[in-house]
Design a protein around this ligand. Structure first.
Ligand code: GAL
Length: 656
C-alpha cells in the first residue's frame, strides 16, 4: 500500500527535481506516476526518441526509494504526427474535425494512429524494461469510447456489421429498417449516427451497435499496447485510470486485459459538487474485476481550469483518501504534485502550489501517507466482502442514453437510490456484472434493465431458485439485444419469477404519487409507475392516486427456495429504507440502524481480522455508537462511542 503523486518533471527545470523528490519523500510519498502526456518530449520528431531525461528522473526517484509508474503517452499525440496525418483527428457527431491544441483529439480506429501507438509503446517498453525504478504501467489516460465519426470509422463500422450480421437481409430484418424506408441494399449505405438538424433520430438498433463498435475500438487500441508491454516488461503490472461512473464504454471489456483497475476520484469539481457519488464509484470500480483497486488520481485541492473550483474543507482530502482505502483501494495517488505554471490546468491545485512551498495541502497529504504507512501491514491483504449486490451492465447504460424514456431512469440514477439508502443503513454493496457467481450474495438488486435476454433471465431465475433474494425494477425486459421491443408482456422473461405482469404504465415527469404500504406507511413514488396485475405475488404496496389508484405497486413472490420482489415505481430514501429493512432482515443481512446520518461505515476483511472504518462525511462533529468487541487503531474512540470531528476518520479492528 502506498501514497503517490502524479508528477510532471518535464514541466519544471531539472534543478528542482531533487527538491521535489526530497519533499515527497519527507511526506511519505512512495510512488510517482510519470510521462502519460509527454510524447513530444519523448519523441520530438518521428523516430528520434529522447529518453535520457526520463532515465535521469527514474534514477533520482530510485535513489529516494520512490517507485515509478509510467504512462503510455497516446492521449496527446504530438503536433508533428497530426501535421503529417491530418486525417488522424477525431470528427465529432456534427461532422467537425477536431484540431490541435487540447488532448484526446485522435481517432483510435485509424491505422496510422494504431501504428504510432504501438511504436511509441514498444520504444518505451524496450528502453525501460528492467529499470529497477519502474513497477508498472498505465495505458493512455482516461479512455472513453472512440467518439469519432470519420470516414475511416464509417468503413470500419460497416465491416463490423458485415461480420456480425452476415447478410443485409439479416440486418434489415433485425433492425426493422422498413421503418422510415431505411432498407439497405449495400453495406456502404449504412451511415454513422451523425447528428442531423432534426435531432438524433437514428434507428435505436443502429445506435446501440455503434456504441458497441466504438467501445470495442478503444478496447482493441489498449490491447495492442498491453501485448507490447507484457512482452517486454513481464514483471511490471499494467493498469489504466478509469473514471468511476463514466459510462460511454464497456469498462468490463476494458479491464479484461489489465491486472487491476485504477480510477480518478474528484469529489468536488467546478462542474459537480455532489460528494456522495464517490462511495458508489468506488464500489463500481472494485466490482469491475471483483478485486482491490487503486485511486490513480485523488483530489488534493481545488480543481479548476478556467474557474477555480471550491477548496476541499480541512480534513476532507484525508477523509476521501481513507474512504477510498475503506472501499478497497490499495494505493492512493494524489493529482498532482505541484500546481502547474503553464497550460490549461493552471488552477488544478497540487499537493504544493505554484510556489512549490509545502503548506496545508502538503501537511494533510503527509498525515494521510503516515497513517496509511502505519496501517499498511495490517490492511495490505484485506479485501471488501459484501452480502448485497447491485447488477451492472454497460449495454443498459447505452439503452437509456439512446432513449432515456423518462427523466430519472438512467442506470446510475436508479442505482444511486438503492446505494444511498443501503449505505445509510450501514450496508456495504458490491456493483457487479451478471456473469459472476451470484450465489454468494444474499440480496441482488436489478435496476431497470430494458435489454433482457433469455440467458440473462435464466441466470436470475436460477439465483432465486437457489435461495437468493432478487429485487427487480421498472422498465426491465422491454427490449432484445438488438434494442428492438419484445412483443411479449412485460417484464419479458421474468413474469413467472416475479408473479406479476405490467398492465399499464405512466412516466411521472416532475410529479409524485402517494404509495401506501401494507402496514399503512405512505411514501412518495416518483419517476415511473407500473400498474401491475398479480399472478401469485403478494402485494406489498399500492398506488393511492392518479391513473392507477388502488393498483399494486410493489410485490413479493416466492420462487423455488428464494424470493423475488418487483418495485413497479421509484421513490425517495424513506421508501427504499422501509422496504429494504424488511427484505434485508428476512435475508439475514446485518444492518446498523443507529448509524448517524452522514457517516460512512465500511469493512475490510483480513485473513484473521475484520477492520471497520468510520468516516464523517460532514462538516460537523458526530458521535457514532460502537458495537462491543472492537479495538480502536486510530481516531477518538472511548469504548462505546467514536467521536468523529468534522471529516474525521476512525479505524477499528474486530477482536479475533
Ligand atoms: C483528469 C485527468 C488529468 C487531469 C485532471 C484534472 O480527468 O486524467 O490528466 O486533467 O483530470 O483536470
Amino acid at each position: 500500500m502506498k501514497t503517490g503523486v502524479a508528477y510532471y518533471p518535464e514541466h519544471w527545470d531539472e534543478w528542482r527535481w531533487e527538491t521535489d523528490l526530497q519533499l515527497m519523500s519527507k511526506a511519505g510519498i512512495g510512488l510517482v506516476r510519470l510521462a502519460e502526456f509527454a510524447w513530444s518530449k519523448l519523441e520530438p520528431e518521428e523516430g528520434r526518441f529522447e529518453f535520457e531525461w526520463l532515465d535521469r528522473i527514474l534514477a533520482l526517484s530510485h535513489r529516494f526509494g520512490i517507485d515509478v509508474l509510467l504512462g503510455t503517452p497516446t492521449a496527446t499525440p504530438p503536433a508533428w504526427l497530426h501535421a503529417k496525418h491530418p486525417d488522424l483527428y477525431t470528427v465529432d457527431e456534427w461532422g467537425h474535425t477536431l484540431g490541435f491544441g487540447t488532448r484526446f483529439q485522435r481517432c483510435l480506429n485509424h491505422p496510422v494512429m494504431r501504428e504510432h501507438s504501438r511504436r511509441i509503446t514498444e520504444a518505451m517498453a524496450r528502453h525501460f524494461a528492467g529499470n529497477p525504478a519502474v513497477i508498472g504501467w498505465q495505458t493512455d489516460n482516461e479512455f472513453t469510447q472512440n467518439t469519432c465519426y470519420c470516414d475511416g470509422c464509417a468503413k470500419a463500422f460497416q465491416e463490423w456489421l458485415k461480420r456480425k450480421f452476415g447478410s443485409l437481409d439479416a440486418l434489415n430484418s433485425r433492425w426493422g429498417t422498413a421503418f422510415w424506408s431505411q432498407t439497405y441494399t449495400a453495406w456502404h449505405q449504412i451511415p454513422l449516427p451523425k447528428q442531423a438538424k432534426c435531432g438524433n433520430a437514428h434507428n435505436p438498433s443502429l445506435l446501440l451497435e455503434f456504441r458497441r463498435f466504438q467501445s470495442q475500438a478503444t478496447v482493441e487500441f489498449q490491447r495492442e499496447q498491453v501485448r507490447i508491454l507484457r512482452k517486454h516488461c513481464p514483471n511490471n503490472f499494467i493498469t489504466h485510470n478509469f473514471m468511476g461512473l463514466h459510462n460511454s464504454m464497456d469498462y468490463y471489456d476494458l479491464a479484461e486485459d489489465l491486472d487491476f483497475v485504477s480510477w480518478d476520484n474528484y469529489p468536488i469539481t467546478q462542474w459537480d459538487q455532489d460528494t456522495s457519488k464517490a462511495s458508489l464509484a468506488h464500489d463500481v470500480m472494485r466490482g469491475i474485476k471483483g478485486r482491490n483497486f487503486w485511486v490513480m488520481e485523488e483530489q488534493c485541492g481545488h480543481g479548476g481550469w478556467t474557474v477555480v473550483g471550491p477548496r476541499p474543507k480541512p480534513g476532507q482530502v484525508r477523509a476521501w483518501a481513507w474512504q477510498a482505502v475503506a472501499s478497497g483501494a490499495n494505493t492512493i495517488v494524489f493529482f498532482r504534485w505541484r500546481s502547474c505554471l503553464h497550460g490549461t490546468e493552471q488552477f488544478w491545485h497540487g499537493v504544493v502550489g505554484h510556489d512549490g512551498i509545502p503548506r496545508r495541502r502538503y501537511r494533510e497529504v503527509a498525515q494521510f501517507a503516515g497513517e496509511l504507512a502505519a496501517m499498511a501491514e495490517k490492511l495490505d491483504e484485506s479485501v471488501v466482502r459484501n452480502e448485497v449486490a447491485i447488477l451492472d451492465d454497460y449495454e443498459q447504460h447505452y439503452a437509456f442514453q439512446i432513449q432515456p424514456q423518462a427523466e430519472g431512469l438512467g442506470v446510475w440514477e436508479q442505482v444511486r437510490r438503492f446505494h444511498v439508502s443501503l449505505r445509510a443503513m450501514g450496508v456495504g454493496v458490491d456493483v457487479v456484472p451478471l456473469d459472476i457467481n451470484l450465489d454468494r450474495y444474499r440480496v441482488v438488486i436489478l435496476p431497470g434493465w430494458p435489454i433482457m435476454t433469455e440467458e440473462a433471465a435464466i441466470r436470475l431465475r436460477a439465483y432465486v431458485a437457489n435461495g437468493g433474494t432478487l429485487i427487480v425494477n421498472p422498465r426491465t425486459g422491454l427490449k432484445n439485444a438488438d434494442n428492438v421491443c419484445h412483443e411479449d408482456v412485460l417484464p419479458v422473461f421474468l413474469g413467472e419469477l416475479l408473479g406479476v405482469s405490467v398492465d399499464d404504465y405512466d412516466a411521472l415527469a416532475d410529479s409524485c404519487v402517494p404509495v401506501i404500504s401494507q402496514n399503512g406507511e405512505v411514501f412518495n413514488a416518483s419517476v415511473w409507475t407500473d400498474a401491475l396485475l398479480v399472478d401469485g405475488a403478494e402485494i406489498l404496496a399500492r398506488y393511492q392516486d392518479r391513473c392507477f389508484s388502488g393498483e399494486p405497486a410493489v410485490t413479493k413472490n416466492r420462487h423455488g427456495r428464494g424470493v423475488a420482489y418487483y418495485f413497479g415505481t421509484c421513490g425517495e430514501t424513506p421508501f427504499y429504507k422501509s422496504f429494504l429493512t424488511e427484505i434485508l432482515a428476512e435475508a439475514k443481512v446485518p444492518m446498523k440502524q443507529d448509524l448517524p446520518e452522514g457517516v460512512g461505515m465500511y469493512w475490510r476483511e483480513g485473513k484473521n481480522q475484520r477492520f471497520l472504518f468510520l468516516i464523517n462525511e460532514q462538516s460537523a462533529p458526530v458521535d457514532v455508537p460502537i458495537d462491543a468487541g472492537m479495538t480502536p487503531l486510530f481516531g477518538e474512540v472511548d469504548g462505546k462511542t467514536a467521536t468523529l470531528p468534522a471529516h474525521g476518520v476512525a479505524l477499528l479492528a474486530e477482536n479475533g
